[in-house]
Design a protein around this ligand. Structure first.
Ligand code: PEP
Ligand code: MG
Length: 291
């Protein structure tokens, strides 16, 4: 890394008019987390739990999952860590759910939909998360929320498991905003969420009906378009006091940072190598209106 990059990596990210922006990292394993912290991340904004499941012939037990997550997140001990529940389905299949063939998997059982159909998968994660919350400053993120009922269902399960284990303090639970429906129903979703995070990769895919993996429709997949920014602004307005973050790839584009912050977003989560450049872009922004 260049001297300039290292300089930017150090210290908090403030805009020119001194608005503090939290810069977090998207990680999947211990190497990612280590690199993120070395690059100046202030915590983990998105831990993709998928890595603990992919490559296994059976789902991990709660003990195996705890081991894996504790190891992956260890470099971020003492910092905020946001664990996303398993986001499997569509472009991320699992061998032991091979029978789940659907003709249109991106619009089928993925993310929270799959977990609600297989509650044992959800329960293992929630039990592990409750145990990990004793070691980390932890929050939980729910993927592919499209209706408020998705959040309600997760909270009910979490509450039931915590009660059984006589755990009183529950970690904050947030919704990923990855479908236009979730953004449009922000007020209702906010009633059942402690925070929200825009997943602009999927939000763009579902807003434009353009598969994020399909190069043939790439020109329709524009995550920096006015359409997406209109959704971001709408979501932020309707979220009122709720903390709003952005963890899609859009957050890693220095040329878009000013626009993102002007929507009201104050937490960004990006791939570890991008952190110095994003902090640099934040320090170049002025958010207050210039007469
Ligand atoms: C997103 O959809 O923007 C996101 C961050 O989640 P993933 O890329 O893992 O689907
Ligand atoms: Mg997503």
């Amino acid at each position: 890394a260049s001297r300039l990059a290292l300089e930017h990596a150090k210290g908090p990210a403030l805009t020119r008019d001194r608005v503090r922006i939290a810069v977090m990292a998207n990680v999947g394993n211990a190497d990612d987390t280590r690199m993120a912290i070395e690059s100046g991340a202030e915590g983990v904004g998105l831990y993709r739990i998928e890595q603990a499941y992919i490559g296994r012939s059976q789902p991990p037990s709660a003990e195996e999952l705890f081991e894996e997550m504790q190891q992956s997140l260890a470099p971020a001990q003492g910092m905020p860590v946001c664990v996303r529940l398993l986001d499997i389905g569509a472009d991320k299949p699992l061998p032991f759910l091979g029978f789940l063939a659907e003709s249109n998997p991106s619009l089928g059982r993925r993310g929270i939909r799959l977990l609600l159909e297989y509650p044992e998968l959800l329960d293992t994660q929630l039990r592990t998360i409750l145990k990990l919350a004793g070691h980390f400053d932890l929050s939980v993120l729910v993927p592919m929320v499209s209706v408020a009922g998705d959040m309600l269902a997760v909270r009910e399960r979490l509450h039931a498991i915590a009660t059984r284990q006589q755990i009183k303090k529950l970690p904050p639970v947030g919704a990923m905003l990855e479908t236009p429906a979730a953004v449009l129903d922000m007020q209702e979703i906010a009633r059942h969420s402690d925070f929200v995070s825009f997943g602009t990769n999927d939000l763009t895919q579902y807003a434009f009906a353009a598969d994020r993996e399909n190069a043939a429709v790439e020109r329709y997949f524009d995550d920096a378009s006015d359409v997406i920014f209109r959704l971001l602004r709408m979501g932020c307005e309707e979220a009122s006091d709720l903390a709003v973050s952005l963890c899609g790839e859009l957050a890693g584009r220095p040329d878009q940072i000013s626009r993102i912050l002007k929507c009201g977003i104050r937490t960004l989560s990006v791939a570890p190598p991008l952190i110095p450049a994003i902090k640099g872009a934040i320090r170049d922004c002025t958010l207050s209106h210039q007469p």
